[in-house]
Design a protein around this ligand. Structure first.
Ligand code: GTP
Ligand code: MG
Length: 335
């Protein structure tokens, strides 16, 4: 089907590919941004250690999972060994400490779903969210980063998909569309499903990394330097994969009965997960299983209005990849 598409519809496939690659390159953060992030982290470590000498800070999210574009905020997790702490108290104390060290816009959001302290560092210009003891996010960050180390096409595809989602306004969980984390999982799953596969299923392999977080065992193969040729039998280029990705979510995915699962490297059934009906606010209209919190559907934020928006956007993107004369412009047009 891909070949047919190339020959009949898109004789401009090579040009298209070059264009996608240059969009990808332009989104990669420059080295000096990494250095600034390190600098801010070191400052935060110094401040935190005065109050909680045993505590540790971890970067998570897009600044550490290798799917961060230029000028992203950074996500930091403060790990305090004691499980019985009162998170609100710690956050308020932390906000106090940060405020008195000239950090700006310091705000403790103690009632958020994930309570955090927000701040802006005037020296580096970086904004930062700090959460407490959210170690699962640190572990899923590592999983994503390890997948990115296997085949560069994952990072290319995910950058394009995230850029598309932000441009089209469908990366807003509070409006019922999907998180960046969900989009990256969709990309990993898609590349696990290619024939031949471009990515393996790390959680299905012999575990070389294993931790237990909140009573959940998180184990997977993490020696990804040994998997560098894994996808080499598949020669698909980024333009083909972008097309395939949108085509899958527009016309290939079975929204009625399927769940995508990076954990198993396959599509599993809603029936098996008991995700067939609405429970509380979880409607399961698009099902994306969290790789470690397996009872957690990352599509839970999607409601009967936003599912329509999302599916129309997938169809628009697929159709653009098929027919539009200039997909690299049209795809990212602001909504
Ligand atoms: P951008 O900031 O949009 O570039 O992307 P991001 O990768 O930082 O994504 P996001 O802000 O959506 O999430 C930050 C991190 O929080 C993710 O990388 C995950 O580690 C974690 N995370 C986000 N949402 C969830 C969730 O629903 N469940 C779990 N377990 N972790 C989540
Ligand atoms: Mg983030």
């Amino acid at each position: 089907r891909n070949l047919k598409w190339q020959m009949e519809c898109r004789s401009d496939i090579y040009r298209l590919n070059t264009q996608f690659l240059s969009i990808y390159e332009s989104l990669i953060p420059p080295e000096e941004e990494k250095a600034k992030q390190k600098q801010l982290l070191t400052l935060l470590e110094k401040l935190v250690c005065k109050e909680w000498p045993e505590a540790r800070l971890y970067l998570y999210g897009s600044c550490a999972n290798s799917f961060g574009v230029s000028k992203s905020d950074i996500d930091v997790c403060l790990a305090i060994g004691d499980a019985d702490i009162n998170k609100s108290e710690v956050l308020l104390k932390l906000a106090d400490i940060l405020q008195s060290d000239n950090l700006q816009n310091v705000q403790a959001l103690t009632r958020a779903r994930v309570p955090i302290v927000k701040l802006m560092d005037p020296v580096t210009g970086i904004s930062c969210d700090i959460c407490i003891n959210n170690l699962l996010a640190v572990v899923n960050t590592k999983l994503l980063r390890d997948y990115a180390g296997i085949d560069v096409r994952l990072r290319q595809l995910a950058f394009i998909v995230k850029h598309w989602a932000k441009s089209r306004g469908v990366n807003e969980t509070y409006q019922g569309t999907l998180s960046s984390y969900a989009y990256v999982l969709m990309c990993i799953h898609f590349l696990q499903q290619r024939k031949p596969a471009i990515l393996p299923c790390l959680q299905g392999m012999r575990a070389t990394y294993s931790v237990t977080v909140d009573d959940k065992k998180c184990a997977f193969f993490d020696q990804v330097e040994n998997l560098r040729d894994f996808g080499s039998r598949n020669r698909e280029t980024i333009a083909q994969l972008v097309w395939g990705f949108f085509n899958y979510w527009a016309y290939g995915h079975d929204y009625t009965s399927s769940v995508i699962s990076v954990r198993t490297g396959s599509v599993i059934s809603k029936l098996e997960k008991d995700w067939t009906r609405r429970v509380g606010n979880d409607r399961h209209l698009i099902c994306i299983e969290d790789p470690f919190e397996t009872s957690h559907d990352l599509g839970r934020v999607v409601d009967k209005f936003s599912i329509k928006v999302l599916r129309e956007e997938f169809e628009r993107a697929a159709d653009i990849m098929h027919y539009a004369p200039n997909p690299c412009v049209k795809l990212f047009e602001p909504y």
